[in-house]
Design a protein around this ligand. Structure first.
Ligand code: SF4
Ligand code: FES
Length: 335
């Protein structure tokens, strides 16, 4: 086991754990963001650099800081390591720079993008992005293409995280797509149009952190926050059959795998569950999907209303407003 301190919080993790996973064990705001790392996909990580952290002390044996910021998703912990994430101004500055780079070619088309509301890059830009762009050169653009009859590729939105290629490599029988070319010519390419006729290819949509790969059966049907997500399952011979149904009334608009709080799927689902069972009666509905209340998707979705707590909160706010109007110290009223 190794003892590690992240942003002043100490934890103990098995040797070989990465800094990112150690931070996830602690949880909360100190967890670095991740756009390319994906727990269930081998070799993922180390591409996007949004998870950079500062190692203020390399280990108990060697208390010197590491000279450069490191990618937390691919750096293993050492006993006695001290790591700074949100407590380091250098890290926050570097993350800002990485976000600016990621947005150089990525279009700001959130109002028409199906990923809006559940896009990691959108969240990251709100947290670390600039309000304006300094980029004056021509952005690279691509025509959207259909890959198979169920998936749309908008290469212009791709951040080259490689997750979809790992899905193709590790989950489907025959990989037919990957990253072609290098530098600013690099693109997710082909024989992709021919490909993706495989039982597990739909998982590429779920792992894509941006709107580069979207579900053609769901596109433009609804903004995701207008849907009602439900946990449901069915007996499936090909996969675990555990999904989230994104519904509107009785209609099932979309079926996805279940993601954890870091946006990762641990049990991938087959294309039959994803695309061929769009009737509520095909599923055993377990109940509302828990959505983090900070997500826009949680708007207007109440799993359970605690009326007593709600009443108390309203009374507290009324009291707070009265205190402000009377010129009292409002903080005294929150006690
Ligand atoms: S298409 Fe999506 S998942 Fe694939 S490399 Fe691009 S951003 Fe990543
Ligand atoms: S998540 Fe670590 S480099 Fe992308």
């Amino acid at each position: 086991m190794a003892k590690i301190t992240i942003d002043g919080i100490e934890t103990e993790v098995p040797d070989g754990t990465t800094i990112l996973n150690a931070a996830r064990q602690i949880g909360g705001a100190i967890v670095p963001p991740a756009m390319c790392y994906y727990t269930s996909l081998q070799q993922s990580g180390g591409k996007c650099r949004v998870c950079l952290v500062r190692v203020a002390q390399a280990s108990a044996r060697d208390p010197r800081p590491l000279p450069k910021l490191v990618a937390s998703c691919s750096t293993p912990v050492q006993d006695g390591m001290i790591v700074e994430n949100i407590t380091s101004p250098d890290v926050l500055e570097a993350r800002k720079g990485v976000v600016e780079f990621l947005l150089i070619n990525h279009p700001l088309d959130c109002p028409i993008c199906d990923q809006a509301g559940e896009c990691d890059l959108q969240d990251l830009s709100y947290a670390h992005g600039l309000a304006t762009t300094r980029y004056e050169e021509e952005r690279r653009t691509f025509e959207p293409i259909d890959i198979g009859d169920k998936i749309k590729l908008h290469m212009t939105r791709c951040i080259l995280c490689y997750r979809c290629t790992y899905v193709a490599d590790q989950l489907t029988d025959e990989r037919r797509h990957g990253v072609l070319n290098r530098g600013d010519r690099a693109e997710i390419g082909t024989y992709i149009q021919k490909a993706i006729d495989n039982d597990f290819s739909g998982n590429m949509i779920d792992v894509c952190p941006v709107g580069a790969l979207t579900d053609r059966t769901f596109r433009f049907k609804s903004r995701v926050w207008f849907t009602r997500p439900l946990d449901a399952h069915r007996n499936c011979e090909k996969c675990c059959g555990k999904v989230v149904l994104w519904t509107k009334g009785e209609e099932v608009l979309r079926v996805t795998a279940r993601k954890d709080k870091y946006g990762e799927v641990h049990e991938f689902i087959c294309n039959e569950c994803r695309f061929e069972h769009k009737n509520l009666s095909d599923w055993v509905v377990e109940g509302p999907r828990h959505i983090d209340r900070h997500s826009v998707i949680s708007q207007n979705h109440y799993e359970k209303i605690n009326l007593v707590a709600l009443k108390k909160e309203i009374e507290r706010q009324i009291q707070f407003q009265k205190g402000r109007t009377n010129g009292n110290n409002p903080n005294a009223l929150t006690a």
